[in-house]
Design a protein around this ligand. Structure first.
Ligand SMILES: Cc1cc2nc3c(=O)[nH]c(=O)nc-3n(C[C@H](O)[C@H](O)[C@H](O)COP(=O)(O)O)c2cc1C
Length: 235
């Protein structure tokens, strides 16, 4: 399969979340060899959508001739679009949101009703695309934290969508936390393998992946201890 990964962390390859994504891709590759391309969104020139709607009337050409043209082409040629990003203000980082908004040329202005909701009629064929969302975050708990982002992606990709959320993600960049991060990444590898083999991930496994790696109180104590340490260093 052709997998296009959009890394929406401004930290690029130093991202906490990309550790989870790499483990997922490793699992997919274990099942079958995949063709993967990772794009660091931070390195791309992507204008904000101007809201002119021209692209929705002209067969899908945006007024801006920037990096989005190539990205749209790659999206159309991919089987899986994997969004890897940290939770920012309960949603996705602005640069990734800007990119998603610029996928407007894929749809026309015409609307249709699907159940209780409306959607735009596509003007490019991306029907074979499946979506994987991998989102890390800094708080120790996903509750009252991930829900707005999850709801956004449930609306945005009503079909063929898999969402992985992971609290305590900064631990993936802490070598001293390996004893707990390695087993968690192993679960993510299993999820990637399952996804490649069946197109879905067992609900129980997803739940386990999304649970805190260490008790919330312990995580908060470590983070707060680091803050004090850094405060002392500055004095
Ligand atoms: C601007 C900003 C907003 C953030 N908002 C949230 C948030 O709403 N909830 C949360 O748990 N963590 C939040 N975080 C923490 C990041 O999600 C966390 O540090 C994550 O591990 C960073 O992942 P990355 O290294 O992949 O970029 C925020 C961080 C930044 C810089």
């Amino acid at each position: 399969m052709k997998i296009l990964v959009l890394n929406g962390s401004p930290k690029r390859e130093k991202s906490d979340t990309i550790h989870i994504t790499r483990a997922f891709l490793d699992g997919m590759n274990e099942a079958t060899k995949q063709e993967t391309h990772i794009i660091d969104v931070a390195d791309k020139h992507i204008e904000f959508c101007s809201g002119c709607f021209t692209c929705m009337h002209n067969g899908g050409t945006c007024r801006y001739d920037d990096d989005m043209r190539g990205i749209l082409q790659e999206i159309l040629e991919s089987d899986v679009l994997l969004l890897s990003f940290p939770l920012y203000c309960f949603g996705m980082p602005a640069m990734l949101k800007a990119l998603i908004e610029r996928t407007l040329p894929l749809a026309s202005m015409a609307m249709r009703k699907v159940g209780d909701r409306y959607e735009h009629v596509e003007q490019k064929d991306f029907s074979r695309l499946r979506y994987v969302i991998i989102c890390g975050c800094g708080f120790p708990n996903g509750r009252q934290n991930f829900e707005p982002a999850v709801a956004t992606f449930e609306r945005m990709f009503p079909n063929h969508r898999t969402i992985i959320t992971m609290p305590e993600s900064p631990m993936f960049n802490a070598p001293e936390a390996k004893a707990v991060t390695e087993p968690r990444l192993e679960l993510v590898r299993q999820a990637g393998k399952q996804y490649a083999e069946s197109g879905a991930i067992d609900g129980k496994l997803l739940e386990e992946i999304g649970s805190p790696m260490i008790p919330e109180e312990q995580y908060v104590k470590i983070v707060n201890g680091n803050c004090e340490q850094k405060g002392n260093d500055r004095r």
